[in-house]
Design a protein around this ligand. Structure first.
Ligand SMILES: C[S@@+](CC[C@H](N)C(=O)[O-])C[C@H]1O[C@@H](n2cnc3c(N)ncnc32)[C@H](O)[C@@H]1O
Ligand SMILES: [Zn+2]
Ligand SMILES: [Zn+2]
Ligand SMILES: [Zn+2]
Ligand SMILES: [Zn+2]
Ligand SMILES: [Zn+2]
Ligand SMILES: [Zn+2]
Length: 493
């Protein structure tokens, strides 16, 4: 079981029970802090407890920080856990408009003649009469003569917040959206709970409107621009890192949605890759247990503890960490395609997208498109990508990164094609390695051994936030004789 110094709680509730349960289900062992400290709240709900090296005391020190915004410029909240602070207050952040106000603005906007309908793509705001000049003065990107059809495609209309560490808005390509829609339909899902997947929500809503689809969906996202477009029943502002709802009836709305869909509901989530998987696992476990409360006998289509069928999008090299926290998921070979993804460097392009789907739905049910080269492996009873060959010795389709792995009889496992066995070192190594030299293996940022710092999905995240997870891993690595980076020197890349 993974050891993580991770604590969360509701402001004002002195009960550790809830997160102990969540941690148990998410397979996280919480390290007790000795006493029950309440986690203070920032504008984005309850904060999380992190740990970092404190130079002044030369020891690890715990602190509370925002669960969603780890860039201090975006959320300034910081509090040492051993110091009391008066700035801890729950103050709902917003753009000054309630969901109802935003919807009223939307109806006014729709009534305007097309020639007067402008949208500020920078702010993601539908503009009413007299509001244009302010945004124009600031040099914002404006779109004029906006058609009503454009408003129904907000993920194309608004500027994706992809240069923002927190939102990390990378949007699925049409191929991926179409594949997912077909999959949901063929698997008999009627309700899609979209957590940070606005493009999926949009596809379901537009499919429903055009009469092509009978599915329902609801969007849970931190990006409140969507509150203009979708009524309260179809959108609620939500922080997936602390299961915090920004509207008082947010939780009730989800319960209602889950209750309607019952066992035909699927949770589809594409979180920012820099976030803490432990925190996400805890939130998804809570959403799943909302279904359990509604259906105490359980969902017959699901096996073990986690009841809600789900798809989580994450890079393949985070597989181990994901399975440690959400043990009922398994990785599907499908390469998830995006319109605007900066993870693609030239090397990555050759191998295709590094993002995969993790699901608790039986792999045999996931039919991957043959026209894209996916094939069904009878031995594994799952679809594999074209370059992923079945290895008789490993008894699995072993390739992960988009290249064809080859079996090494000495290592007794499949390895990347760039490596060959070095009998001096006793392991498979890169061809140009220097024998016997201690090499820095793995990633400095998250500690995983199967990728380097430059490829780490967490590299845009503040180094200190992930240290809680890395600590245990680094100790392990040191034991194996792998040089680890000195504590406290990790910095933002
Ligand atoms: C990587 S993008 C995924 C978009 C998805 N690929 C699509 O095309 O629909 C991450 C999404 O999560 C949302 N998000 C970021 N941080 C969040 C948080 N703390 N809680 C909820 N949603 C968040 C972003 O606004 C964005 O919509
Ligand atoms: Zn915050
Ligand atoms: Zn603007
Ligand atoms: Zn196979
Ligand atoms: Zn093999
Ligand atoms: Zn080898
Ligand atoms: Zn060697």
């Amino acid at each position: 079981m993974k050891k993580v110094n991770f604590r969360e709680s509701k402001p004002g509730l002195n009960s550790p029970y809830d997160h102990k349960m969540a941690a148990k289900q998410a397979n996280i062992e919480l390290i007790p802090l000795g006493k029950d400290i309440l986690s203070p709240a920032c504008q984005h709900g309850p904060t999380l407890l992190f740990e970092r090296w404190d130079k002044s005391t030369s020891q690890n020190r715990q602190f509370f920080a925002c669960s969603a915004f780890r860039d201090r410029k975006q959320c300034q909240f910081f509090q040492w856990a051993d110091q009391k602070s008066s700035n801890a207050s729950l103050n709902i952040e917003g753009n000054g408009f309630s969901h109802k106000d935003l919807r009223n603005r939307y109806f006014q906007f729709k009534k305007l003649p097309r020639s007067s309908r402008s949208v500020c793509c920078t702010c993601g705001r539908l503009l009413l009469e007299g509001e244009l000049s302010d945004h124009a003065k600031k040099g914002h990107l404006l779109k004029h003569k906006v058609g009503l059809k454009d408003v129904k495609q907000p993920s194309f209309l608004f500027k994706p917040l992809d240069d923002n560490k927190t939102f990390a808005q990378y949007l699925f390509s049409k191929t991926t959206v179409d594949f997912l829609m077909e999959t949901f339909e063929s698997l008999g899902f009627t309700h899609v709970l979209c957590v940070g997947t606005p493009r999926i929500h949009e596809a379901v809503q537009n499919g429903k409107r055009s009469g092509n689809m009978s599915m329902s969906s609801m969007l849970l996202d931190l990006d409140e621009r969507y509150a203009q477009i979708y009524p309260p029943a179809l959108f609620t502002k939500y922080n997936m890192f602390n299961h915090h709802f920004f509207e008082p009836n947010g939780k009730v709305k989800i319960s209602k949605f889950l209750n309607e869909g019952k066992e035909h509901t699927i949770l589809v989530t594409d979180p920012p890759f820099g976030g803490l998987i432990e925190a996400l696992a805890s939130s998804f476990t809570k959403i799943s247990s909302m279904l359990k409360e509604l259906h105490p006998d359980g969902n017959p289509s699901m096996e073990k503890g986690f009841l809600l069928p789900m798809i989580l999008f994450f890079p393949y090299f985070m597989e181990k960490r994901i399975l440690q926290n959400l043990s009922t998921l398994s990785m599907i070979d499908y390469k998830v395609d995006y319109d605007n993804h900066n993870l693609f460097n030239s090397q990555q392009k050759k191998k295709g997208s590094p993002v995969r789907m993790f699901t608790n739905i039986s792999q045999v049910l996931f039919r991957l498109p043959a026209e894209e080269g996916y094939w069904f492996c009878q031995s594994c009873q799952k679809y594999s990508s074209k370059e992923n060959w079945h290895c008789k010795d490993c008894r699995a389709c072993t390739s992960k990164d988009g290249t064809t792995y080859v079996h090494c009889d000495a290592c007794l496992r499949c390895v990347k094609p760039s490596r060959s066995h070095c009998f001096k070192c006793g392991v498979c190594q890169l061809k140009d390695h220097v024998c016997g030299q201690q090499v820095l293996l793995g990633c400095h940022i998250c500690g995983e051994l199967d990728h380097k710092r430059r490829d780490c999905p967490a590299r845009t995240t503040n180094g200190e936030s992930l240290k809680t997870i890395r600590l245990g891993k680094r100790k392990q690595n040191q034991k194996c004789g792998i040089r680890a980076k000195k504590q406290g020197t990790m910095s933002n890349v």
